[in-house]
Design a protein around this ligand. Structure first.
Ligand code: AMP
Length: 287
């Protein structure tokens, strides 16, 4: 039977707890904002496999929210999250308050550069700087050997890989594939804010990404044409609005005009006032 994880809210408490465990072997870390679902569970299982100690953080980071309403409405389900962590064999749940993480406003910060210029960057000012800053803080606090992130947030993953390179952080970043519902919708904590109608309408995003990916595989090299194939899948009405559908270089995240090699097809869609993101890799087929 798995033991309940230690529930730790203070940075000093976490450091003490981990100091005693580090001699057991590698520490794996899964940072989250809680409202855990099967996507998070996959990251946690990945961490459980290769590490002696697994730490999951649950922290809804105010610094990365560009809309106060989104921060206020973000689901918070700590009890259920701790219960799931127990079934997955997590050793430590680190759930600090905002006051513990930010006892006073930061004077220093991380700037993200051109990896934040496209996709979600333009519509979410300050978001990726907030993500990079909190991940830098969490990595310094936990000092894991490995940290696990989902490919569902591909731009975030690329930015964190670069954060680790640029600041020589002694951690291995492990990317994990996107977990989807049976009908293809990417799992997200925000999905639970969708009405049944919005939930159905939200499938337009995965249809758009699939259609764009298919066009690329079938030999459509012109990015405008490939994107048009995806855009046709979204019927603009009150229920959904496509914020962007882009084809970018997977490493630099810069838009490509002509698809000649592997690319990332990524999109953001609004349904029911909820903003959802998703992405798929694509490569031109053999022609
Ligand atoms: P969040 O709690 O939304 O900040 O996500 C915490 C981590 O879980 C991030 O690394 C996300 O990329 C990852 N994640 C969220 N949803 C999924 C999913 N559907 N599949 C795989 N990873 C996910």
């Amino acid at each position: 039977m798995p033991h309940p994880p230690a529930l730790v809210a203070s940075i000093s408490g976490l450091r003490e707890h981990l100091a005693a465990r580090r001699t057991l072997g590698p520490v794996g870390f899964v940072p989250t904002m809680g409202a855990l679902h099967e996507g998070h569970a996959t990251l946690i299982r990945g961490a459980r496999k290769g590490n002696a100690t697994v730490v999951v953080s649950i922290f809804v980071n105010p610094l990365q929210f560009d809309r106060q309403e989104d921060l206020a409405r973000y689901p918070r389900t700590l009890e259920a999250d701790a219960a799931l962590c127990e079934t997955l064999g997590v050793d430590v749940v680190f759930a600090p308050t905002a006051a513990e993480m930010y006892p006073e406003p930061l004077m220093m910060g991380v700037t993200v550069g051109r990896l934040g210029d496209h996709l979600c960057g333009p519509s979410r000012p300050g978001h990726f700087a907030g993500v990079a800053t909190v991940v830098l803080k969490l990595l310094q606090i936990v000092q894991p050997d490995r940290a696990y992130f989902g490919e569902k947030d591909a731009q975030q993953l690329a930015i964190i890989r670069r954060l680790v390179t640029d600041f020589n952080l002694p951690v291995t970043i492990v990317g994990m594939p996107t977990i989807r519902e049976a009908d293809g919708l990417a799992m997200s904590s925000r999905n639970r804010r969708l009405s049944p109608e919005g939930r159905r309408a939200a499938l337009a995003l995965v249809r758009a990404l699939t259609a764009t990916t298919r066009a690329i595989v079938e030999g459509v090299a012109d990015a405008v044409a490939a994107r048009a194939a995806g855009q046709r899948e979204v019927r603009e009405d009150d229920a959904v609005r496509l914020e962007y559908l882009e084809i970018v270089d997977p490493a630099t995240l810069q838009p490509v005009d002509q698809v000649r090699g592997p690319v990332l097809v990524a999109g953001a869609l609004w349904a029911d006032g909820v903003r959802l993101i998703d992405n798929m890799p694509a490569s031109p087929g053999p022609h």
